[in-house]
Structure formats: structure tokens, C-alpha cells
Design a protein around this ligand. Structure first.
Ligand code: PGA
Length: 230
């Protein structure tokens, strides 16, 4: 069983959500599928598919216009939440410290945070990948509670570029070693996962699942990914 997480980002309508969850519910798979649509779709009919949010406020509740709390997310029926996605870090200035508070808030509300880490192309080219990933882990992981990690090299997100298999393997090994004293922390890979590379990437040692952006938007590309991963 692998985790296959779809991140819809700022895409999707009520009918897209109903169509996708219906399509997912009709296939047979041993994988655990989690769909993360925008907040507006969390409470839609989900045909039994597990739902996650894409962001969470680090605050409990109160005067934070436009923010969504952990209590609201769980109330809407979600079980997971993405935290620290590189687009949040980049466009909303989310620091490791904020990511840690958000992950802790998620755990407090019985949500499982999927905490994203990854290097830029410059960092990779200058040999800093390991250092950057370790720093992110040290500074953004909550002290305890259940969570998942997604390794998403920033330069691979939405670009069609993917790291080589040995590159993925080496970062996942590092993550596995770092997390080995914590029981069962799944480690996902994300960044330009497509139907034609999903199975190969999912078979890399210490890859427990995939975080899929663009290819999760349409059943024509998402279902083949779910089906191909064994
Ligand atoms: P992508 O996005 O699959 O479109 O590269 C992945 C992500 O941002 O989670």
C-alpha cells in the first residue's frame, strides 16, 4: 500500500470534485488515496474518498480574516492537511517556524499534517541539498504526534522536470534515517509525478507514496497513477 495524495492547489469546482471522487471510488486499489481540494470543496460529497486541506491557520480562532482553523477543517470532514508546501513558503512567506506551528495546530485538532520539504535548483547545484533538507526538518517538525513528510524538490514542481532515481533515493534515505526513531512516518515524493513515471518513483526505496499536483486534476491522468502504483 502506498499513499497517493492529490493536491489540486487553486483549481476545481463542486462538479469536478464530485466527478473525481466518484471516479476514484469506482476503481480497485490497495493504495490509500487522499484528495486535497481547495477549502471551498472540503465539505462536498466525497464518495468515501479521504479528504485533506491544503493549508491551516497557526491560530486557534479569532480575528484572522480569510484564515481557516484546524477546528473548521476537521469539522468539514478532512483528515489530513498539507503544511509548508513550497508555494506557501514562497508566496506567503511561510518560514520553518510557521510551518512547525501549523503542523502542531493540525495535530492538536487530530488532523495529520503532510509536511513538505525541498531544495531549490540553486541549492541543489551548489551541493546544499542535504543541509537544506536537514535544516527544514530540524526547524519545521513538531515535537510529537503523527505526521507525514513530502519531499518536493522545488525545481521539480509543475515544471515537468524530475530528479533522477538515485537523487530521489538519496534524499529519501536521508529522510528515512532522520525519522527512523519515530515509528511509521510515511515519506512521500512530489514534483512532476505523471502516469508514466509514477510506478518507477513509487518503487524507489523509502518512497511510501506520491504527492501529485497537475496530474491529479483530471481522472484521465490521476486514475492511471493510482492504478499503476503497486
Ligand atoms: P506537480 O505539483 O505534480 O504539478 O509538479 C506537485 C505539488 O506541488 O505538490
Amino acid at each position: 500500500m502506498k499513499f497517493i495524495v492529490g493536491n489540486w492547489k487553486m483549481n476545481g469546482t463542486i462538479s469536478d470534485m464530485e466527478n473525481m471522487t466518484q471516479a476514484i471510488s469506482e476503481i480497485e486499489t490497495e493504495n490509500k488515496v487522499i484528495l486535497c481540494p481547495p477549502f471551498t470543496l472540503l465539505y462536498c460529497k466525497n464518495n468515501g474518498v479521504t479528504i485533506g486541506a491544503q493549508n491551516i491557520s497557526e491560530h486557534e480562532n479569532g480575528a484572522y480574516t480569510g484564515d481557516i482553523s484546524g477546528q473548521m477543517i476537521i469539522d468539514a470532514g478532512a483528515k489530513y492537511v498539507l503544511v509548508g508546501h513550497s508555494e506557501r513558503r514562497l508566496y506567503h512567506n511561510e518560514t520553518n517556524e510557521i510551518v512547525k506551528s501549523k503542523a502542531s495546530m493540525a495535530i492538536k485538532h487530530n488532523l495529520i499534517p503532510i509536511i513538505c520539504v525541498g531544495e531549490t535548483l540553486d541549492e541543489r547545484k551548489s551541493g546544499k541539498t542535504e543541509y537544506v533538507i536537514k535544516t527544514m526538518l530540524e526547524q519545521s517538525l513538531p515535537g510529537d504526534g503523527e505526521f507525514m513528510i513530502a519531499y518536493e524538490p522545488r525545481w521539480a514542481i509543475g515544471t515537468g522536470l524530475t530528479p533522477t532515481i538515485p537523487e530521489i533515493e538519496s534524499v529519501h534515505k536521508l529522510l528515512f534515517e532522520y525519522l527512523k526513531n519515530r515509528k511509521n512516518t510515511p515519506i512521500l515524493y512530489g514534483g512532476s509525478v505523471k502516469p508514466d513515471n509514477a510506478q518507477t518513483i513509487a518503487n524507489v526505496p523509502h518512497v511510501d507514496g506520491l504527492l501529485v499536483g497537475g496530474a491529479s486534476l483530471k481522472p484521465e491522468t490521476f486514475l492511471p497513477i493510482i492504478k499503476s502504483v503497486k
